[in-house]
Design a protein around this ligand. Structure first.
Ligand SMILES: [Zn+2]
Length: 329
């Protein structure tokens, strides 16, 4: 990819299972576009909150809503897997690769990149590392409660046998629309093509939250990509730095915050935190980032050959002796 020419030092030319400490950090602002429930609907479970310092300068403790990292990668993985499946690339081993079973195929792009663990022995560490995402504003401003008629087993509000309407009511907390979460996804030791694949998954994923839930639209904004040779700042540091920057521009810190303002300051927060990152680093943002995103979008127009060559870029399967031993036990 042309737009990545200047960043080759931070990318692998081909897949290697030996870590070389090359990091591609996607700095993401996730914006809710509808009411979002991150719990099983009607379960009555509250949203996750953590009491943390509001900013780096501002030391007030505020409760922030936290979206677990597992929820986010699960959604993005599924997005990528759908695309692979539609081109027959989830069954390169002869049978369909199944997520969350004891039988990952160990051959598809998803297995190579997001990792898998097999009870018996084989494992591939995930090279897509996420943290929990933190809300920018305190929970009090962005959370509300809604009541639902409890659903029956058949997922409707009608009793499957009698047809009577459900009368039990459950309350669920939800995150309001236009709420911003900060998140950093780190890709470790990836090739340019792998980076493009993950970027596409992040950009294409639009529905998060409880799987049973029909609501939960979300838009991911890529603020910047930080290429580095060491781990960078954390998601929590980033959200606190952003909070400080938004506090000093004196236009108030009330929900709903204009997204353009959040993104503008998020870009500055990256610059403010960058000096503390050790070793070589480079930031891709602005026009350069747009060029990269356009290239990714162009790939997605007709992704077959891209996905096929990525799939075939991995080493051929070797009979894993350790695994066979385990199986014969
Ligand atoms: Zn697989």
């Amino acid at each position: 990819m042309k737009s990545l020419t200047g960043y080759q030092d931070f990318l692998l030319k081909e897949y290697s299972n030996l870590p070389t400490g090359r990091y591609v950090n996607l700095v993401i602002v996730r914006e809710t576009e509808s009411e979002c429930i991150f719990r099983t609907e009607g379960s009555g479970e509250p949203l996750n909150r953590e009491l943390v310092q509001a900013g780096m300068q501002n030391t007030d403790a505020i409760p922030r809503v936290v979206i677990s990292k597992r929820k986010q990668t699960a959604v993005e993985r599924r997005t990528g897997r759908e695309m692979l499946r539609s081109y027959g690339l989830l069954s390169v081993s002869g049978s369909e690769c199944m997520l969350n079973t004891n039988a990952p195929c160990e051959r598809c792009v998803d297995c190579w990149l997001y990792g898998y663990a097999v009870g018996g022995g084989g494992a591939q560490k995930s090279r897509v590392i996420t943290e929990d995402a933190f809300s920018l504003l305190p929970a009090g401003q962005i959370v509300a409660t809604k009541t639902f008629n409890a659903l029956f087993d058949n997922n409707t509000m009608r009793h499957p046998v009698t047809g009577d309407a459900s009368t039990s009511i459950n309350a669920s907390e939800y995150v309001k629309p236009q709420v911003h979460f900060v998140d950093i996804e780190t890709l470790k030791d990836v090739t340019a093509a792998e980076m493009a694949y993950v970027t596409a998954n992040v950009l294409k994923s639009r529905r998060y939250g409880a799987i049973s839930s029909k609501i939960g639209r979300m838009k991911n904004h890529l603020v910047a990509i930080v290429f580095s040779r060491a781990e960078i700042f954390s998601t929590l540091e980033m959200v606190r730095q952003l909070y400080d920057l938004l506090s000093v521009d004196n236009t108030g810190l009330e929900h709903p915050l204009p997204t353009t303002r959040v993104l503008e300051q998020a870009r500055k927060a990256v610059d403010a935190l960058l000096p503390q990152v050790y070793g070589a680093k480079k930031v891709m943002a602005g026009a350069e980032l747009n060029t990269y995103l356009e290239e990714v979008a162009a790939i997605l127009e007709e992704p077959r050959s891209f996905l096929e060559s990525l799939t075939h870029s991995y080493p051929p399967p070797v009979k894993d002796k350790g695994k066979q031993k385990n199986e014969s036990k």
